[in-house]
Design a protein around this ligand. Structure first.
Ligand SMILES: Nc1nc2c(c(=O)[nH]1)N[C@H]1C(S)=C(S)[C@@H](COP(=O)(O)O)O[C@H]1N2
Ligand SMILES: [Mo]
Length: 243
């Protein structure tokens, strides 16, 4: 009878060459160890970002990237205080949605005070409020073929609208919000009105402002140049910007 132990004993020398320990090669782990290995890897990404006290908020929170989309469509929406704006939720979902700001504000809410880190070398602490992205994705009935969530934004760089994407671990993270309020006030145009993403374990450029559409996809290949985001496609930024 070939047990796991005899199998490993027979092949161990070659299999283990170059490995400091069993855990260097997940393929050699028992089911229980493999489960623990996966659990540990996932726990890292599921961990909460640090949250701060109200008095730790930054007196000045810089506006970065687009400060105002300033397109005719956006200006018309802003002039009416976004009463006519709708968030589209589509792609790999059972029930495509078109949500008003009032509907988004009436969903269960979460608020958190977190630190934003921009790759350009500045950070700021602010309070964000909105429904969890997961709540909206469940409402739309996200399909099990979906692997990524793409955020399509109202502002353009040249002729290209800003876009970003995250995977489902980040999309379902408890601190991943569709924020419509910042520091207890309705989001300003500078900070992404009427709706922006907060994905707190990621760098600044993943925090998409001016969200118009959320698309669930199986692959990023057909989005922009295929690297998952505006800066990823145009400037070689890393798609995974976890911190
Ligand atoms: N739509 C859109 N989202 C965006 C950007 C942008 O230019 N357009 N800039 C990103 C970058 S690089 C940063 S640091 C943050 C800045 O957010 P803030 O203006 O609220 O500080 O938004 C991110 N999200
Ligand atoms: Mo940034």
């Amino acid at each position: 009878m070939i047990t796991r132990r005899t199998l490993l004993a027979g092949t161990g020398a070659t299999l283990l060459a170059g490995c400091d320990s069993f855990t260097d090669n997940p393929a050699l782990l028992s089911a229980e160890d493999a489960h623990r290995f996966l659990q540990r890897s996932i726990t890292g990404r599921a961990a909460l970002a640090r949250q701060f006290r109200p008095e730790q908020r930054s007196p000045i929170f810089r506006v970065n990237g687009t400060a105002n989309p300033d397109t005719p469509e956006y200006n018309a929406l802003a002039a009416n205080r976004f009463a006519d704006w709708r968030l589209r939720v589509d792609g790999l979902v059972a029930r495509p949605l078109s949500l008003s700001l009032a509907q988004i504000q009436s969903l269960p809410q979460r608020a958190q005070i977190t630190r934003h880190d921009c790759v350009e070398g500045w950070s700021a602490i602010g309070k964000w409020q909105g429904p969890r992205l997961e709540t909206v994705l469940q409402l739309a009935g996200i399909r099990d073929t979906a692997r990524y969530i793409v955020l399509h934004c109202a502002d353009r760089f040249g002729s290209t609208p800003y876009y970003e994407s995250i995977d489902l671990i980040d999309a379902f993270h408890p601190q991943t919000l569709l924020a419509w309020a910042m520091n207890d006030a309705t989001l300003s145009v500078g900070h992404g009105a009427p709706l922006r993403l907060r994905v707190e374990r990621q760098l600044g450029y993943k925090q998409a402002k001016y969200i118009m559409r959320i698309e669930a996809v199986a692959s990023l290949a057909a989005i922009g140049a295929g690297k998952g985001g505006y800066w990823e496609d145009s400037n070689g930024y890393e798609w995974y910007a976890g911190i």
